[in-house]
Design a protein around this ligand. Structure first.
Ligand code: NDP
Length: 341
């Protein structure tokens, strides 16, 4: 590692004065016994200063190189819009900072790979902020499958159709160049969660998308996907910005039982998982924890040489590959292989 920090606290620099940082991540960094938020960068100096003041952050910068030159910054959290992630991650890596980047990592696989390569070359840690694999519910489902409680998994169903709250109805619905649209926003999370829970890799997809009132400039606000995995399992996925009352869910159906999780495609540490077999039904026992706090703890440990991030650069690359395949399948009406090329 080019960024040895020994037992010193890990100083986070926020790249992007974003909603996700203010709603979840600043608290998650501060929840770590060895975590501090020391700086923020916004392209708008006035907004950045106001954001820093509101959140008690010591330094605000309006240029990335200034934030990266701050010796108090050991690691950066990139939560700008998606087209900016690549160059910011590469610059941070070159400056010797560890990088936790939001999803989708980038807009193309080549860009995502360039980010991972830059971090590897610089000897810094690189992670993707796929929060859902940190949920007690999804972790319990993965373990139940590994323990053979449902036999061989045959099919999965993901319900992640929600209503995009008004304060987030910006670039997600009208800026294709920023990586808007429900597929890059939500389907990427489903891809990661399916890979994690099933411990399986997707191989091909078919999909349809729609525009039903929110999406503009050609951006979809709803999508349904069917994916085939290496094992032969097929998964059905519904994502939307436009469904107000659907609730979320994640189901895995196996040869000997089913796992039926409700209210689990969410940022909050909530939800339940029902196991149904020939013996009857029971709820899996769960120990819920804030998903983002858990993810940052794993990243801190990884920086200190213990273990790996919850979701690394390869996970971010693979979830992006899935989302790009879904987007192509929806646009062309064809079955599209999920490839990393
Ligand atoms: P925001 O729109 O809140 O922030 C993105 C950028 O928009 C910021 O970097 C900021 O630019 C600019 N911005 C924010 N608020 C304002 C404002 N009021 N006026 C003008 N500009 C503003 O995006 P999100 O926080 O929703 O998402 C950021 C990233 O995080 C995306 O990559 C998204 O996919 C991801 N995300 C991940 C989640 C997860 O659970 N893993 C959940 C939500 C988002 P500047 O910094 O230059 O001021």
């Amino acid at each position: 590692m080019t960024n040895p920090i020994g037992s010193n606290p890990i100083g986070w620099g926020l790249v992007g004065a974003s909603t996700i940082a203010s709603e979840w991540m600043i608290d998650a960094f501060r929840a770590q016994p060895d975590g501090a938020v020391v700086a923020v960068m916004s392209a708008n100096a006035e907004r950045g200063a106001a954001y820093a003041a509101r959140h008690g952050i010591a330094s605000a910068y309006d240029r990335l190189d200034a934030l990266l030159a701050d010796p108090a910054v050991n690691a950066v959290y990139i939560s700008t819009t998606n087209e900016l992630h690549r160059d910011q991650a590469i610059a941070a890596a070159k400056a010797g900072k560890h990088v936790l980047c939001e999803k989708p990592l980038a807009l193309t696989l080549a860009d995502a790979r360039a980010m991972a390569d830059a971090c590897a070359a610089a000897g810094v840690r690189f992670a993707t902020n796929h929060h859902l694999r940190n949920a007690a519910t999804h972790r319990a489902m993965r373990q139940a499958i590994k323990d053979g409680l449902i036999g061989t998994p045959i099919a999965a169903r993901v319900a992640h159709a929600v209503f995009l709250p008004p304060h987030l109805q910006g670039w997600r619905i009208d800026k294709p160049q920023a990586g808007g649209g429900v597929i890059l926003d939500i389907t990427v999370h489903d891809a990661d969660t399916l890979r994690f829970v099933l411990d399986d890799e997707p191989v091909e997809v078919v999909a349809m998308s729609q525009r039903d009132g929110l999406g503009q400039e050609g951006l979809e606000d709803g999508a349904m996907t069917i994916a085939r995995f290496r094992s032969g399992l097929i998964a059905q996925i519904h994502d939307a910005f436009t469904v107000r009352h659907g609730g979320t869910g994640f189901e895995v159906h196996g040869s000997a039982g089913s796992l039926i999780a409700r209210d689990v495609m969410t940022q909050r540490p909530v939800g339940s998982v029902l196991l149904r077999t020939a013996d009857g039904e029971r709820e899996l026992s769960l120990s819920p924890e804030n998903l983002y706090v858990r993810a940052v703890r794993a990243f801190h440990d990884a920086i200190r040489g213990q273990g790996a991030p919850a979701a690394d650069g390869d996970d971010g690359l693979r979830s992006l590959a899935f989302a790009l395949a879904v987007r192509e399948a929806a646009a062309t009406g064809r079955r599209v292989p999920v490839t990393l090329d």
